[in-house]
Design a binder for this molecule. Structure first.
Ligand SMILES: [Zn+2]
Length: 595
């Protein structure tokens, strides 16, 4: 999978980021030293999408999306990073040679992807053409699926025994068919095709590759839904059915509706409901929640309004709460599938009903508890509070917890303070630790801004000589340390290269923000004379380092100050060493202030 770094840099240099992005976004316009347009990844009226030709990166100050030229093509074309590199190489007439080793190591995965793609097409053809699929064709028609939908989702049918025959003719051995999750051997040694005699829904990953299949039986005797098992290319907990197909609309709407089944996804999308996706035959997972969070700002869970559906909703809400993802729930009338409702009432009415029945997580959970427990009895009321506080506790954000407690207090007609005290009691130990962390984080944030300034200074290619002048452990902020280490390793690394090496989304946003922040800390600006400039640069560097040092001394002194105060008040035993250190810090701080 790896292309040599120098080839990647060659492709990067050949691909002018402004003209590449300009090809996709015609309204890209020059603005000072940068270029500006409305973000192609979210809806906006005033442009906040910045392209920096100097630094070779882009960033949206609206939605936070950022990256280098490869990342842009990857996102806009919805392809993998490697595909994006290949695409830009081709555009610029650069050939990428894969070494023998790489070919060998990816061959099995590649083969499986090819096999799964071929299988999807095969099943799809069978649904459209074969005699044995007439019942399936009838079913699909009766459910109102259009030809376009069948094509878009590659819906298929698996006639008994036909796939094995066809695949073996094409030279696929049983081994690879089994590794792809299409077949398994039964206890009696016969070969079993998972999808046999089922209506088939190919499952695509986020890059649009077929990774697995879900099958619906058309007979009553078997399990209604069956999925092919997990393989080296498929993990059911980290994919969502229908997500790839709805990506184009999702980029604009940023809104997802999670429904229960494949049929719900297919038909909802057919009737114009963008962002309809479903978990893959299992309960909703944390990875799926995170995946959704990457694409949507607005998430609605729309499960069946029966007991099973409500239990699934509750579990999904808990998972989202644990991952700090905000979701709401909604419902259709009991016994009515989304497609039935859409067919009869249309999309607008569907959305209206969804918003009318919309409930926040805490509303849903509270109503569910109140429907199960009669709180007119005092003991029951305490029990209800306890169950609800279990849910509150899953949210790690103190502000959210406070809001939820307020809501519960109103609904159960108890004083808010009483519930909050109960909550504190319940979670005393855990909360103490969390709040500490919470405070720590905000403190860090304020403190690191100076470090960020210094880092930005070092990022300027003219200032790289100062990198080695710093003590190795000078930076204390985790993000800054990561970037500083990259600079240490390669003094000539470009900002775009650094950005492409960052895999964490939050770090990527942070770094692009630091790199593009418009601060004139480069002392060369507005002054002339080369010698003067270099003197000044050195000065700026020193000031930044001193400021950081000073801030650290102040912090150290502040911690000591409390103790020293107590000592002078006679509340604790006097400690000469500490007092000495305190005075020493004080004079150090004074001294550096004078400079
Ligand atoms: Zn944006």
């Amino acid at each position: 999978m790896s292309i040599p770094d120098q080839v990647i840099e060659q492709i990067r240099t050949a691909s002018d980021i402004v003209s590449v992005i300009g090809d996709y976004v015609p309204d890209l316009k020059k603005a000072g030293r940068n270029f500006k347009c409305c973000c192609p990844f979210h809806t906006e009226k005033t442009p906040s999408f910045i392209v920096s030709p100097e630094k070779g990166i882009f960033r949206c100050f609206g939605c936070g999306v950022a990256g280098d030229v490869f990342k842009f093509v990857m996102l806009i074309e919805n392809i993998s990073w490697i595909e994006s590199v290949k695409k830009l190489a081709e555009k610029n007439g650069i050939t990428i040679k894969e070494t023998f080793n790489e070919k060998y190591s990816v061959s099995e995965k590649t083969k499986i992807f090819e096999l799964l793609e071929m299988t999807a097409k095969f099943y799809n053809r069978c649904l459209l053409e074969t005699k044995s699929a007439s019942f399936a064709r009838e079913y699909v028609k009766q459910r109102g699926m259009t030809d376009d939908t069948i094509k878009k989702f590659m819906i298929g049918y698996a006639p008994k025994g036909k796939l094995l025959e066809s695949a073996q003719k094409k030279g696929y051995a049983y081994d690879i068919l089994s590794k792809a999750g299409l077949f398994t051997k039964t206890d009696f040694g016969s070969i079993f095709e998972y999808m046999s005699e089922r209506l088939v829904f190919p499952i695509l990953d986020i890059q649009g590759r077929v990774v697995a299949f879900g099958g619906r039986t058309l007979a009553d005797s078997k399990a209604k839904y069956l999925n092919t098992p997990e393989t080296i290319v498929y993990s059911k907990s980290s994919n969502l059915y229908g997500l790839y197909q709805t990506l184009p609309e999702l980029r604009k709407s940023k809104s997802i509706i999670v429904v229960e089944g494949y049929m719900d996804v297919v038909l909802s999308q057919q009737y114009g409901v963008s962002g309809a996706v479903a978990p893959l035959g299992t309960a909703f997972t944390a990875q799926q929640a995170k995946l959704i969070n990457r694409y949507a700002d607005d998430v609605t869970l729309l499960f069946d309004p029966d007991d099973a559906g409500r239990t699934a909703t509750q579990r999904a809400l808990e998972i989202c709460a644990e991952n700090n993802i905000s979701v709401k729930t909604s419902s259709l009338p009991e016994g009515v599938d989304p497609d039935e409702y859409l067919l009869e009432n249309g999309r607008d009415s569907f959305y209206k009903l969804l918003s009318k029945n919309s409930k926040s997580a805490i509303e849903f959970v509270t109503e569910r508890v109140l429907s199960q427990i009669n709180i007119k009895i005092a003991q029951n009321k305490a029990k209800a509070v306890s169950i609800l506080l279990d849910f509150v506790e899953k949210n790690k954000n103190v502000i959210v917890q406070r809001e939820y407690v307020k809501f519960i207090a109103q609904k159960l007609d108890i004083e808010e303070d009483v519930i909050w005290q109960e909550f504190k009691r319940k979670t005393l130990f855990k909360t103490a630790i969390q709040e500490d962390k919470f405070v720590d984080k905000t403190r860090n944030k304020a403190k690191t801004s100076l470090e960020e300034k210094l880092l930005k200074f070092l990022l300027d290619i003219n200032n790289r000589q100062y990198i080695k002048k710093l003590e190795k452990d000078f930076f204390k902020d985790g993000n800054c340390i990561t970037i500083y280490n990259m600079l240490l390793e390669n003094e000539n690394i470009s900002i775009a290269q650094i950005l492409s090496k960052i895999s964490d989304k939050r770090q990527e946003q942070w770094f692009s923000g630091v790199a593009l922040v418009n601060e004139q800390i480069n002392a060369g600006d507005g002054k002339d004379g080369n010698e003067e400039k270099s003197v000044e640069l050195y000065e700026v560097f020193n000031i930044l380092c001193r400021d950081i040092e000073l801030e650290r001394l102040k912090k150290e002194r502040k911690i000591l100050e409390k103790e020293v105060l107590l000592m002078t008040e006679g509340k604790i035993a006097s400690d000469k060493e500490k007092i000495k250190k305190y005075l020493q810090l004080t004079s150090q701080i004074k001294g550096s202030g004078k400079k």
